[in-house]
Design a protein around this ligand. Structure first.
Ligand SMILES: [Zn+2]
Length: 648
């Protein structure tokens, strides 16, 4: 397609006269049949690339997006432009998602947005296999790389979905990628180097500072900074409790501040976000949960009260300031006190060999007709692996072809009648009445809730599971019953031979140790970045392999001659043998009486460094006074001491 036609199409559909940097190249590559990788900073029009391409490609564009809220925003935006876009998500009723599928099938819908988890559903995979798809778009594509800061295990499976579904084209979108992540992403989807499009990273209106600051003086320093800055701002902290504490401190000092984190309910978060947009709240004190999908252009300052999680996080978070192009300040109150905590979280997420073996054993024991069923939360509790690393482990098992996901279902259906059974039945013809009667017969009512005995229903009445679920969904949809489904169960096919391989546990353990090392080195890169003697803007740009930024920006603390030297943290208390002994005794006692298992060395280390795990949560470890007593001490050092104590 020639550039003039493309530009008039842009004007017609989106009302813009011209493309922004990089957009045209990406669109032309896609329309020319070349898979592409686009690295544009947040807010610079990444989405337009696929939206324009979708309009000119013959078949469906399938967009994989990590965030439900973002998906819905995009669909609303596109529909507003008269472009047929839909999403399938977990908040929809059965009937709604059926309707979307019909729109897709009839080729009315041009763009379909789904979450990566949707691919686990066998029915969805079957459905999409029957549809001609021109382009697969992967948003936040850095999630695919284990070198990236936000690795999502399920993303690793996208290249094989692309192959299985025979989708000819891929577009990867991200705001942040190091040279290594870039290479990794391109390789996994076979994207040629000349089809990687990266626009400049440098933001000339942001003033970056690293301000060395002791933990004790952070509150005061923050107050002084807010006094100097005018306008709205975000203060980023690591822990939810810190968010609440800092916000309340600011309010007491007369600043209109609110905390914002994942521990709050959705309505509360919405309301705070709304007040911030309306400038009724000046400062938001937030954990990382805040900012995705926020489109406030006049944020005048971003303060990092704690160390950010990574350079990628830092860059995205400061990037939320000054979208309107006006001068904005970004300050990090830096010391290394939080460093050990950051590192310890990494160690806490690495499952040990025993835990990995417990998962492999669970598959062995649960094997029936070469299939294995599991509920993630239960499995996490049972094997003592936190949910995210557990997901990573299952994906590794998938990539090794030990397990293959089949489908997921709800193990429990409960409902209450909103009308009498007779009245409900009277609305259906005789054959449907008969079917509903079968369902109700196998749903004994206790007080008001009826619990469906699905197994009995399926075996005794010889009906299909999907038809039962469709019927319940239908009744709920019409308001005739209130339906609750619980305990999402995932079903996998198992390759017994591969499962029995003696090296399996060992190679998985090695994988997690390597992953742990990658994350630890990323934290070290972060610390080095804040103490760099080179211009911060230039360092940031070069970290992301962008060599177009000026070498000396003139508006960062390093350019002003202030090179940060961060104090090494005080190690806190010395490790006390008596504390180790008491902890071990208490844990032994609790593990054997409440969990019927023996305590592992890592569980003991986690207790002392204040890292929770499913087992520690169950025995209410947090309420013990020695829980986290050595959180300032590096995990490796604690481990050494615990190991020595174990031998005594
Ligand atoms: Zn500079």
């Amino acid at each position: 397609m020639d550039p003039t036609t493309l530009r008039s199409s842009l004007k017609q559909h989106f009302g813009f006269d011209d493309f922004r940097g990089g957009q045209q190249q990406v669109i032309e590559q896609l329309l020319g049949g070349d898979s592409s990788l686009a690295i544009f900073p947040t807010g610079s029009g990444k989405s337009l690339c696929y939206q324009m391409a979708a309009l000119h490609l013959p078949n469906l564009t399938l967009v994989v997006s990590p965030l439900l809220a973002l998906m819905k925003d995009q669909v609303t935006f596109l529909k507003g432009k008269g472009i047929a876009a839909e999403c399938i998500d977990s908040s929809q009723t059965y009937e709604q998602s059926q309707q979307v599928m019909r729109e897709v099938k009839s080729r009315h819908c041009k763009i379909l947005m789904v979450s990566v988890e949707r691919f686990k559903n066998e029915r969805f995979r079957h459905f999409i296999q029957s549809i001609a798809v021109s382009l697969m778009v992967v948003d936040e594509a850095h999630c695919i790389s284990e070198w990236g800061h936000n690795f999502r295990p399920d993303y690793l499976k996208l290249p094989s979905y692309q192959r299985q579904l025979k989708i000819p084209l891929v577009l990867l979108l991200t705001a942040t990628a190091t040279a290594q992540v870039k290479k990794d992403m391109a390789k996994r989807f076979s994207i040629q180097p000349q089809h990687i499009v990266q626009t400049g990273f440098y933001r000339s209106n942001l003033d970056l500072s690293v301000l060395p600051c002791s933990s004790a003086s952070k509150g005061q320093t923050l107050m002084e900074l807010i006094g100097q800055f005018a306008g709205s701002g975000i203060v980023y902290v690591t822990l939810q409790k810190t968010a609440d504490d800092v916000a309340s401190f600011l309010r007491k000092s007369g600043v209109a501040a609110q905390s914002y984190h994942a521990g709050m309910d959705n309505d509360k978060r919405q309301s705070i976000q709304h007040q911030f947009m309306q400038d009724k709240v000046q400062v938001i004190v937030a954990t990382i949960a805040f900012g995705m999908g926020i489109d406030k252009s006049n944020i005048r300052f971003v303060v990092h009260y704690d160390l950010p999680k990574s350079i990628e996080n830092y860059s995205q978070e400061v990037g939320r300031a000054g979208r309107d192009g006006q001068a904005s300040k970004c300050v990090i109150l830096a010391n290394l006190d939080g460093l050990t905590t950051l590192e310890n979280f990494v160690y806490g997420d690495t499952p040990d060999a025993e835990a990995i073996k417990a998962v492999v054993d669970d598959i062995q024991l649960g094997l029936e007709h070469a299939q294995w069923e599991t509920q993630m939360t239960a499995l996490s509790n049972q094997t003592n692996i936190r949910l995210l690393p557990l997901k990573t482990l299952l994906v590794q098992l998938e990539l090794l072809n030990v397990i293959v996901p089949k489908y997921a279902y709800f193990a429990e259906f409960k409902f209450r009648f909103n009308q009498s059974i007779e009245l409900i039945l009277s609305g259906f013809d005789a054959s449907r009445q008969g079917f509903l009667k079968q369902i109700f017969k196998h749903s004994p009512v206790k007080k008001v809730w009826a619990t469906l005995d699905m197994n009995a229903l399926l075996t005794e009445e010889q009906v299909e599971r999907s038809r039962v679920i469709a019927a319940l969904d239908y009744l709920a949809d019409r308001g005739l019953i209130e339906l609750q489904s619980k305990q999402n169960t995932e079903v996998f096919d198992v390759n017994k031979e591969k499962l029995d391989s003696p090296e399996l546990t060992e190679s998985l353990t090695a994988y997690f140790l390597e992953k742990e090392q990658k994350e630890i080195s990323r934290i070290h890169a972060l610390v080095a970045f804040f103490q760099t003697a080179h211009c911060l803007h230039a360092s940031l740009a070069s970290y992301f392999d962008d060599h177009q930024a000026p070498k000396n920006c003139g508006h960062c603390s390093v350019c002003r001659g202030e090179i940060a030297k961060l104090e090494a943290p005080l190690l806190g208390a010395e490790i006390d043998e008596a504390v180790l002994k008491l902890t071990r005794q208490w844990l032994n006692q609790e593990y054997s009486s409440k969990l019927s298992t023996r305590v592992s060395i890592d569980s003991c280390c986690r207790f002392l460094t204040g890292i929770t795990s499913p087992y520690l949560t169950r025995i209410r470890a947090k309420s013990q006074k020695n829980f986290g007593v050595y959180q300032q001490i590096p995990y490796a050092k604690i481990r050494e001491s615990v190991l020595a104590n174990w031998k005594n």
